[in-house]
Design a protein around this ligand. Structure first.
Ligand code: NAP
Ligand code: MG
Length: 401
């Protein structure tokens, strides 16, 4: 069988520990035998980031912007323990944080569904893609704990010198005060990311906020979403046969819980934080979830949403072939290759990426899987495999498809 050719490269961001080990196994077994793999390689291992003072991370973000597509392995975010463990010279910031800020993107996460792995919400038949706004609100708040009665005020001093002042409360006794903010630009970018990714995935967009109570703050989110939709996406959505639906956040939650899924659910920062954990619990394992960072300028970074699976790595270093689930890593690669193929107009690459996904799901559906999902499979798993054997099963499927 002739190898599939790639026109352009994808930015490849290697990572740490168990996921780095599996990254190599996935490439060698599922990709390189079938595709003339073209990547621009960036080593984002903790030591390399330390050594380059994070320049490697900034370079990799620039490469994703330039090439339009990137694929990222899980990476260690350093803390004191890691500084000792890896003999680092300093604490480095989260590489995901750096890349997210550089690309100004939104992360979309979605469960990978397989018929014999049952989530906790039985009516969800199609994946729910959750898009979380990753800027501002309570995550950049300013808080005060007061010790006596007093007047709490909200003051804004404009660059034009004008002041806006409002009384929050004449507080009769000690209490708490919080100030939060967001920016029009950030909300607009978030709306663009959601609408363009929904077009890409061919799913409707749902957005919920609390504009009845927060008439200005949440009202502004509602208004910006509607304006962006009306001016730039309405016609495209009509043509694609998909819709945009705004409702109050509590109504959105109630409707999501009795829906069959299949929508992109745009969430404000806090709602997204809470609701993404709810969605994740419906896929059984952290490794049964896709994650993609979409930038408003149209670049895509595919990743696994779990970490480096540190505990498995220590067992691997002692010689154990761990039953670590490589599905999220595999889907990061297939997402990136399919997007590359779509942008380059090389349908054979798209087809191949879909084939790897089908093969992966078929192996699980036939009862062969890693331990994390074997314990929740129904009908029960036929065999629990280690990561290497599981990947090999997928390879055999691909060869016979
Ligand atoms: P983790 O790597 O996500 O693993 C936590 C636990 O979840 C594991 O011990 C394992 O449970 C289970 N698990 C996660 N992925 C799995 C998989 N693919 N297959 C089977 N089980 C899986 O989180 P962590 O151990 O808290 O963090 C390790 C490192 O990852 C940290 O240094 C953190 O900074 C980094 N991190 C990176 C990213 C990223 O780059 N995207 C995200 C989160 C964390 P059992 O041990 O019970 O089997
Ligand atoms: Mg959370």
């Amino acid at each position: 069988m002739a190898k599939i050719q790639m026109k352009n490269a994808v930015a490849e961001l290697d990572g740490d520990e168990m996921t780095r080990v599996l990254w190599e196994v996935i490439k060698n077994n599922l990709l390189i035998p079938f595709v003339n793999l073209k990547t621009e390689y960036y080593d984002l291992s903790i030591n390399k980031r330390d050594e380059t003072d994070d320049k490697i991370t900034y370079d990799s973000a620039a490469a994703i912007r330039r090439l339009g597509v990137g694929v990222k392995c899980a990476t260690i975010t350093s803390n004191i323990a890691r500084v000792k463990e890896y003999k680092l010279t300093h604490l480095t910031p989260s590489p995901n944080g750096i890349i997210r800020a550089e690309l100004d993107g939104t992360v979309f996460r979605s469960p990978i569904l397989v018929p014999n792995i049952h989530g906790n919400v039985s009516c969800w038949k199609k994946p729910i893609i959750l898009g979380r706004h990753a800027y501002g609100d309570v995550y950049k708040n300013c808080e005060i704990r007061t010790q006596c009665a007093g007047k709490a005020e909200l003051v804004f001093t404009g660059s034009d010198g004008k002041e806006i002042r409002k009384t929050i409360m004449d507080m009769k006794g000690p209490g708490i005060i919080q100030g939060i903010h967001n920016l029009d630009d950030s909300i607009e970018n978030f709306a663009h990311c959601c609408f363009s990714y929904a077009l890409d995935q061919h799913v409707p967009v749902w957005f919920g906020a609390k504009d009845t109570i927060s008439k200005i703050y949440d009202g502004c989110f509602k208004e910006i979403f509607q304006t962006v939709f009306d001016t730039e996406y309405k016609d495209k959505f009509d043509k694609a046969g998909i819709s945009y639906f705004y409702t109050l956040i509590d109504d959105a939650v109630a409707r999501i819980m009795r829906s069959e899924g299949g929508m992109l659910w745009a969430c404000k920062n806090y709602d997204g934080d809470v609701m993404s954990d709810m969605i994740a619990s419906a896929c059984g394992s952290l490794a049964m979830m896709t994650s993609v960072l979409v930038s408003p300028s149209g670049s895509y970074e595919y990743e696994a949403s779990h970490g480096t699976v540190q505990k498995h790595y220590y067992r691997y270093l002692k010689g154990e072939k761990t039953s670590t689930n490589p599905v999220a890593l595999i889907f990061a690669w297939t997402g990136a290759l399919a997007k590359r193929g779509e942008l380059d107009m090389t349908p054979e690459l798209v087809t191949f990426a879909k084939k790897i996904e089908k093969a992966t799901l078929a192996v699980i559906a036939d009862g062969y899987m890693t331990g994390d999902i074997a314990c929740i499979a129904d009908p029960p798993a036929k065999k629990t495999l280690n990561a290497w054997d599981f990947i090999n099963e997928i390879k055999i499927r691909i060869e016979n498809m």
